[in-house]
Design a protein around this ligand. Structure first.
Ligand code: HEC
Ligand code: HEC
Length: 305
């Protein structure tokens, strides 16, 4: 009996160590994958935060403090990851002066506008911020060699958004919404056109409820808008849609409303509304609320460019 057990033990150990060996090779493979794959928060922070928190912007073009400063303040105040995450997310979901721990930034830039971000994205962003050394790889993940159209498109869409957004915001701040309306009327298409030339692609904004007749979405595009809207409504993060069309690739990505857009796309006040109707007798672009898909970026890449 005892003899049998002695034989059994080494046999068992061999079997055990075999399967143990397998396990560890799988887990080291996973480990490698984890190390090679970028943290999901990296893309999300580019998409949602760097529009205003980019460190590469020139000092005078900045909308908000560089993310490295934000991270430093939050790490100093909340060295524990759980508390860091909790405080960061609760500020982003509901920015208030009382909640701010960056009085200098508050004074310089004004309170961060309230925006809606998918909760899952904020969790990833907070995790990425806590773990990663932002100064090492400063927002360069859209600068790699093997870019696909989804990545390139996103890069162009975000930079076009930035140019339009900065111009719109300064027009609103300096001379009010009527002037800003004239700015959009005269400058929106030329601005996206000029960016198209820089990148040698065509960049457009189209909408199912368009203001300018030139920006009307076709039937297929209206479907994309609906599917983006569904994701956004469910609090999900939308990924770009890329369609191959003959020798072209077409990129689509949603344009989402925030509080500021509602001045002209929500329920515009009377004088503004008259002006809009004058300029755009067939306007469909009012009645929006926050966090709705106002339209989509449409970027056409010609193969062989
Ligand atoms: C439209 C511009 C804009 C976007 C987009 C934006 N922020 Fe901000 N954010 C600001 C401005 C302006 C400030 C500085 C004023 C302040 O502190 O409220 C700020 C401040 C902050 C602060 C510091 C708050 C404090 O004062 O303690 C945190 C944290 C923050 N942002 C996180 C984020 C994250 C995370 C994202 C992306 C999910 C993001 N922000 C996207 C404009 C923006
Ligand atoms: C000051 C008024 C004003 C504000 C604020 C404003 N828009 Fe517009 N928007 C316009 C005008 C005017 C046009 C038509 C531009 C043109 O003729 O090319 C337009 C066009 C658009 C279009 C192109 C599709 C279409 O309907 O012609 C999109 C998309 C859009 N706006 C999104 C937004 C978003 C998102 C915001 C907030 C971040 C915003 N707008 C804020 C006035 C405004």
């Amino acid at each position: 009996m005892r003899f049998k057990l002695l034989i059994f033990i080494p046999l068992f150990m061999i079997l055990w160590s075999c399967s143990g060996g397998d396990d560890s090779s799988i887990s080291s493979k996973m480990q490698r994958q984890i190390e090679n794959e970028p943290h999901p928060g990296e893309k999300l922070i580019e998409k949602h935060c760097y529009l205003c928190h980019n460190q590469e912007s020139q000092e005078d073009g900045r909308i908000g403090p560089p993310m490295t400063h934000v991270k430093r303040h939050y790490l100093d105040a909340y060295p524990e990851q759980a508390e860091f995450t909790k405080q960061l997310i609760s500020f982003v979901q509901n920015p208030t002066e009382d909640h701010s721990i960056m009085p200098g930034a508050l004074k310089k830039f004004g309170l961060m506008p309230k925006q809606q971000f998918p909760k899952e994205a904020l969790d990833q962003i907070a995790d990425y911020l806590f773990i990663h050394d932002l100064t090492k790889k400063q927002q360069s993940s859209v600068g790699g060699n093997s870019k696909d159209y989804a990545e390139l498109g996103l890069e162009f869409a975000l930079s076009a958004k930035k140019v339009l957004g900065q111009n719109l915001m300064s027009a609103m701040q300096s001379e009010g919404p009527i002037h800003a309306l004239e700015f959009c009327n005269l400058r929106a298409i030329p601005l996206t056109d000029s960016m198209s030339q820089v990148h040698n692609v065509s960049i457009q904004r189209v909408s199912d409820r368009n203001r300018n007749p030139l920006n009307k979405a076709c039937e297929k595009e209206t479907e994309y808008i609906r599917s983006f809207q569904q994701l956004i409504t469910n609090g999900k993060d939308a990924d770009p849609i890329v369609i191959a069309d003959g020798n072209k690739s077409i990129f689509y990505y949603p344009i989402i409303t925030n509080d500021m857009c509602l001045k002209c796309h929500g329920n515009p006040e009377k004088s503004l509304s008259e002006k809009i109707n004058n300029l755009y007798p067939d306007d469909l672009a009012t009645g929006y609320s926050e966090n709705e898909v106002r339209g989509i970026w449409k970027i056409v890449f010609n193969e062989g460019n």
